[in-house]
Design a protein around this ligand. Structure first.
Ligand code: SF4
Ligand code: SF4
Length: 164
C-alpha cells in the first residue's frame, strides 16, 4: 500500500497558541486534489468538509460578489481561487465561522505554507508541526477513529461537527 500522510488537525489546532483563526498555522497546499479551482490548502478542504454545516440556503454563496462559491455534488462548498477576490464577505456572513481569513492569503508570500508537490516541503511541514501531529502511515480511511481520506495522498484526523 502507498504510504499516506496522516494529519491530526485537532492536535495541530490545540497545540498552537492563539485562536482558531490564527493565520500562522502550518498548512499544506494541495494540487493533487482533483479540482479545477486552483490549489487548496489542507485546512480549507478539511473545514469545508468537517466544520461547514452545509446550510441549505448557503448564505456564503449568496454573499459572494464574484460567484466564487458553489456546492459540489456532495453538497460541499467549493471556492474557486481563480474567481475569489478576497473580499471576505463569506467569512462575515457564515454563522458557524467555517471560513477563516487565512484562506485568502497569497500562498507564495506567506510563511508556513508548504507545497505538497515537493517531497522536501512535505518533510518541512512535518517538522514544523508538533511531534506526532503529522505522520506517514500505511492505512486507509477509518471513520471509527475519525480518520478520513482527503485525497489519495492525505488522511485527516478530525471530528465531524455532527458526529455523536
Ligand atoms: S454559510 Fe458557512 S456553514 Fe453555511 S454553507 Fe456557507 S460555509 Fe457552510
Ligand atoms: S472572499 Fe472570495 S469566496 Fe468569499 S465572498 Fe469574497 S470573493 Fe467570494
Amino acid at each position: 500500500m502507498k504510504k499516506k500522510l496522516l494529519i491530526d488537525l485537532a492536535m495541530i489546532r490545540e497545540s498552537l497558541p492563539g485562536k482558531s483563526s490564527d493565520r500562522h498555522r502550518p498548512d499544506g497546499i494541495l494540487s493533487r486534489y482533483p479540482n479545477r479551482d486552483g490549489r487548496k490548502t489542507i485546512r480549507e478542504q478539511a473545514l469545508f468538509r468537517f466544520t461547514c454545516r452545509k446550510c441549505q440556503d448557503a448564505p456564503c454563496i449568496a454573499a459572494c460578489p464574484a460567484d466564487a462559491l458553489e456546492k459540489d455534488s456532495l453538497n460541499m462548498i467549493r471556492r474557486s481561487t481563480n474567481l475569489c477576490v478576497a473580499c471576505k464577505s463569506c467569512v462575515v456572513i457564515c454563522p458557524f465561522g467555517t471560513m477563516m481569513n487565512d484562506f485568502f492569503e497569497h500562498h507564495r508570500t506567506v510563511k508556513n505554507y508548504f507545497d505538497f508537490d515537493d517531497p522536501d516541503e512535505i518533510e518541512k511541514f512535518i517538522a514544523s508541526n508538533p511531534e506526532g501531529a503529522v505522520t506517514w502511515v500505511d492505512m486507509n480511511e477509518d471513520p471509527s477513529r475519525d480518520i478520513y481520506q482527503l485525497n489519495e495522498m492525505v488522511l485527516v484526523k478530525e471530528r465531524e461537527w455532527n458526529k455523536e
